[in-house]
Design a protein. Sequence first.
Length: 97
Amino acid sequence: MSEANTDPERQGLTPRQARHVRIALSAAIMLAVGLMLALRLGSTHSVLTMGFYGIALILSGSALVLSKQGRTRVATVVLGTGVAVCLAAEWAIASLR
């Protein structure tokens, strides 16, 4: 076998590894958001708080499903931007009170 016929070594994660990393990350963020929701509800009884954290939980679950289907880049965008926007909006509304 000549050097020209061999595949170049891949850098980074394989698609399967990337899926597993994003699934684990989505699950960890989902647990963290659930914990934060429980802590926030202990101090503030607000429908907006439940709504924002509920949206963040839904987005984490959506990222889990997208990762399992092989849409890891889309899952990363959904997870990162969605959860960040939900948390920022919740804290912005809380600071207005």
